[in-house]
Design a protein around this ligand. Structure first.
Ligand SMILES: C[S@@+](CC[C@H](N)C(=O)[O-])C[C@H]1O[C@@H](n2cnc3c(N)ncnc32)[C@H](O)[C@@H]1O
Length: 230
């Protein structure tokens, strides 16, 4: 496991930290990321109305996978995360999907070794890849693309590191929006986080040829890339 990935995964093995983080994570109407998750599902449906296999990498409690499996009732899901505490929570929160979901504990930089099957129609990940450096991020996209079917999607909803001038603006303005949560337990990040270009370059290098930032608010972007149909 690469060093930055190991350091990121370590904090999520602390059950008290994970429980506090989950308790502070906005739910329902306060969850600003509900929109980009749903947008991702609807955009995928435009090209791929009946995906069979959807993988959620670093899936946490399974919010993104839950939205995808609701949108695509014929799909089965694979959940992967490094945290045993998240596994316990995901088993509860995704229980309504029954045998449609399989669970794998493993590292996001070693998807094959963790047993993620090939031929996925969609691989999603959210709020995790910002722990990787540019090289690791590109490696992640490369491996994920290798596990994705022709015409399939790579979807990443994550926080980016903007240019300094934008960082200052965002920091000041987002305080005015109540939905941000200073109460959330903080954890270590290696700044600067990967930039928009780090993501787009990585997706492009992994072979995605239909790329866009489908949604963005402050630091958080919904990156979507589709692989060629072969
Ligand atoms: C901020 S949470 C986000 C969870 C979920 N994706 C979401 O958006 O609700 C970050 C997740 O990434 C997982 N994680 C961090 N580093 C990881 C790694 N190297 N491999 C796999 N999972 C990792 C953590 O265990 C945690 O569940």
């Amino acid at each position: 496991m690469p060093e930055m990935s190991r350091a990121a995964a370590a904090v999520w093995s602390d059950a008290d930290f994970v429980t506090a983080w989950l308790d502070a994570d906005p739910q329902g109407e306060r969850d600003l990321l509900a929109l980009p998750r749903l947008m991702a599902a609807r955009i995928v449906a435009e090209t791929t109305p009946r995906p069979q296999l959807i993988v959620d990498v670093a899936g946490g409690a399974g919010k993104f996978l839950g939205v995808m499996l609701d949108a695509f009732p014929a799909a089965r899901g694979v959940w992967l995360d490094a945290s045993p505490t998240m596994l316990d929570r995901a088993r509860i929160d995704l229980a309504r999907f029954g045998p449609r979901v399989s669970f794998t504990v493993g590292d996001m930089t070693e998807l094959r070794a963790a047993g993620v099957p090939g031929g996925a129609d969609v691989i999603v990940t959210s709020r995790a890849s910002h722990h990787l450096d540019r090289t690791e991020l590109h490696g992640f996209y490369r491996e994920a693309a290798g596990l994705t079917a022709p015409g399939g999607w790579l979807v990443n909803l994550d926080h980016i590191g903007p240019a300094e001038v934008w960082d200052t603006r965002y920091r000041s303005v987002r305080k005015q929006f109540g939905a941000y949560r200073p109460s959330a337990p903080s954890h270590h990040h290696n700044y600067p986080l990967p930039s928009v270009d780090d993501h787009l370059d990585g997706l492009r290098a992994a072979g995605a040829d239909e790329l866009d930032i489908a949604w963005k608010a402050f630091y958080t972007c919904l990156f979507m890339g589709r692989l060629p149909q072969g």
